[in-house]
Design a protein around this ligand. Structure first.
Ligand SMILES: [Zn+2]
Length: 314
């Protein structure tokens, strides 16, 4: 199945899984984050810009190939009730004391897992391991991007509980694909993050606070658009598929008052800040002296039919 080519199918019967934020979104976020880095880091990341941005989608490809990957991309805060953010321990070690690990994994471990990736990146910087630095930077960018998507923080992740199936890809793929070219992505220079775990949970909380508007506004707009205006048809990969119409997409983005753009910018800022913080915590190693050749190990990306993940029809 080629999820790289068809990022926002919404025909229920196609059930083609696609990367969160879409292929386009994740590549864009990692790419933009590079330009916020200080000169000591910028040289390496610019040199490897293609790798760091294109590999941004690898974690989503691993969801279908590697057991334990899928749950790293989200957390169902509403599973834990209204005070989830108070109930859930900030640190993984405490979380698995309080809840069975199976249960935690079943409802997503995004914030804890992103911290682990950040920690691994810090170690890669300390070891001056260029291959690991680049691979983990690309991965971390992906996970941080996901955690800034409101629908990655709810069990109603695709609107399937409210009769809005397809909204996942609509918000994070269709809107950026049509409108991101008009967005301004400069987020300023990377800043040090004194408490990365706290920052991760704050981002998730901020994203989760927007779930209601993501869903409500689509519902209200749907009342104003007859079905034949809400959807249109486009050629994708040799097939005619139903997509949210351009008019409906623009109306939605307008009604959200720039929410998608704001969340993209938050993601970019966070990615740059976390890359920078990992480098600082590793003692600011000289990145200009790393070996030139990039021989990244290949991720295992072959889909494994035994791995059950959430299916998004978006
Ligand atoms: Zn993802």
């Amino acid at each position: 199945m080629n999820f790289l080519i068809i990022p926002f199918l919404i025909f229920p019967f196609f059930q083609v899984p696609i990367p969160f934020w879409g292929f386009y979104g994740h590549v864009l976020l990692n790419r933009q984050a590079v330009f916020s880095l200080p000169p000591e880091m910028l040289h390496l990341y610019k040199q490897e810009l293609r790798f760091v941005s294109e590999k941004a989608v690898n974690p989503d490809r691993r969801r279908y190939a590697v057991k334990g990957e899928a749950e790293k991309h989200y957390i169902d805060l509403d599973h834990y009730g209204d005070s989830a953010l108070y109930k859930l321990p900030k640190y993984w070690a405490q979380a698995i004391e309080k809840f069975p690990e199976d249960s935690l994994r079943a409802h997503g471990i995004g914030p804890w897992s992103a911290y682990l990736t950040f920690y691994s990146l810090t170690k890669a910087f300390a070891a001056q391991d260029k291959t690991a630095i680049l691979r983990l930077s690309a991965d971390l960018g992906h996970y941080l991007g996901d955690l800034n998507v409101p629908l990655h923080t709810t069990k109603n992740y695709n609107g399937q509980l409210t009769g809005q199936a397809g909204i996942h890809g609509f918000w994070e793929s269709r809107v950026p694909e049509l409108l991101a070219k008009n967005y301004t992505f400069w987020v300023g220079k990377a800043a040090y993050v004194p408490d990365p775990q706290q920052a991760l949970w704050e981002s998730v909380a901020q994203a989760h606070s927007q779930v209601d508007s993501v869903l409500q506004i689509e519902k209200i707009l749907s009342l104003q658009f007859p079905l034949d205006q809400k959807y249109s048809y486009e050629e994708r990969n040799g097939q005619t598929v139903r997509v949210y119409s351009r008019e409906f997409t623009i109306a939605y983005a307008l009604a959200l008052d720039g929410q998608v753009e704001r969340q993209m910018k938050r993601s970019i800022k966070m990615i740059a800040d976390f890359w920078y913080t990992a480098w600082v915590n590793a003692g600011q190693p000289d990145l200009s002296k790393l070996p030139n050749s990039l021989e990244a190990p290949q991720d295992s990306l072959r889909p494994n039919s035994k791995i059950r993940t959430r299916t998004h029809d978006n």
